[in-house]
Design a protein around this ligand. Structure first.
Ligand SMILES: [Zn+2]
Length: 407
């Protein structure tokens, strides 16, 4: 048997620490017995780790589990107020900020608008100023802040903190993390926005009870994320999930990606305008005439009984069902969670799309469950904060100077 080097022992210690804190984060308040059962750690190792975490302030001991006599069980709880995090979602013409606790509960939210196609430097400056403002307004200092997470559409190099390409924002190779790290001396994590939402889904939504699932977002763009064993699968270069560019019609509408007939060209907000144009002549009295058409607009038109809105939803339902069938055939997922702005019109098209998607390869054997996320819009910024918070609790959690403990 080989003898472990000191470095290896330290690594095991870090892994154990990380395992304990993450179980307390996700399952707390939790008894020591339950914690030992989940982490499979020995009594002495666990006691030592809990003592360290408790002394440091990351874990609190609270009350007793029951009063049925015998020894009172003290429960362990993650101290979500230990520090704060910031989550940011970048939209085409505004930024959404959330100041959160360490469980990504929102303390304050802010939306700051800018001219679309603004210089990225201006947007980075807006981020710096708004973060400072949020801290001041909540009587917090920079030392209270522990991490910043940013969600952005497009392809992201998370390691370098660079937005490689965001067609919706018209950004290429924008270093977002660098200037913010320099300003705040904190870890700054950047991820694709659908991935960010999925972190929230894992923490607060369907992910709590599902190890494998797919999130599909429908809104300005069409994207997907894949959760395998409770972890996001991001692909070799972090680009997994460009589901919107799966081709559903080889001779179809041209797409900015260079192909024709991508799912996104039939299902995104922008594509609704193209579909509407094909039908305008038949519905000259539609309220949607001369309006900028998106899911919000057609939902309110449908509520007013506008016939063109129903036609558009019919089309969207058809294309979504094809997208769902492709996703089901490729991944054979247990569950698909639909997210995004299109859910506004859920009463008008989603049931039908789900019904049609049941006609997939697996129809005689089993069903994939398709559900609608009920987290709502806050999940984008909460997920952005969470991806940054989660990173702090990966092993080794005590090593880096910007981490929770600089031993
Ligand atoms: Zn495309």
């Amino acid at each position: 048997m080989s003898i472990l080097r000191k470095a290896d022992k330290n690594l095991i210690k870090e892994l154990n620490r990380s395992a304990v804190i993450n179980v307390i984060r996700r399952h707390g308040p939790i008894s020591r017995t339950e914690l030992a059962k989940i982490t499979k750690l020995g009594q002495s190792t666990m006691t030592k780790i809990i003592e360290e975490l408790n002394n440091f302030g990351l874990v609190n001991e609270i009350g007793e589990a029951n009063s049925t006599g015998g020894r009172k069980a003290i429960l362990l709880e993650f101290n979500k107020l230990f520090a704060n995090a910031i989550g940011i979602k970048i939209m085409q013409d505004h930024l959404i900020f959330a100041l959160t606790d360490l469980q990504a509960n929102i303390i304050e939210k802010k939306e700051i608008y800018f001219e679309s196609s603004s210089d990225t430097q201006l947007i980075i400056n807006l981020m710096k100023d708004t973060i400072k403002q949020l801290l001041i307004e909540n009587y917090l200092e920079i030392n209270n802040l522990i991490a910043i997470g940013i969600a952005v559409s497009g392809l992201v190099n998370g390691k370098e903190g660079v937005v490689l390409s965001s067609p919706l924002l018209n950004w290429n190779n924008v270093n977002l993390a660098g200037p913010l790290k320099e300003e705040f001396h904190l870890p700054v994590l950047i991820d694709n926005d659908v991935n960010a939402y999925t972190y929230a889904e894992l923490e607060f939504g369907y992910g709590r009870n599902s190890d494998q699932f797919i999130c599909i977002s429908i809104g300005d763009g069409i994207g997907a994320s894949f959760v395998i064993d409770k972890k996001l699968y991001k692909g070799e270069y972090g680009g997994a999930g460009e589901f919107g560019h799966s081709i559903i019609n080889v001779d179809g509408r041209p797409c900015y990606c260079g192909q024709n007939g991508c799912l996104e060209t039939y299902l995104s907000n922008q594509s609704l305008n193209l579909t509407a144009q094909e039908f305008f002549s038949r519905y000259p009295n539609s309220d949607l005439f001369r309006k900028s058409i998106n899911y919000e607009a057609i939902t309110s038109a449908a509520k007013n009984g506008d016939p063109l809105a129903f036609v558009l939803f019919e089309q969207v339902s058809k294309y979504l069902s094809v997208g769902l069938i492709n996703a089901i055939n490729i991944f054979n997922p247990k569950k698909i969670v639909l997210i995004g702005e299109a859910l506004l019109g859920k009463d008008y098209f989603i049931e039908k799309a789900i019904e049609k998607s049941k006609n997939n390869f697996f129809k005689r054997s089993f069903d994939s469950e398709i559900v609608l996320s009920d987290l709502g819009n806050d999940a984008w910024v909460q997920g952005a904060a969470l991806q940054a918070i989660n990173q702090l609790f990966q092993p080794p959690i005590y090593e880096e100077t910007n981490s929770l403990v600089s031993s």
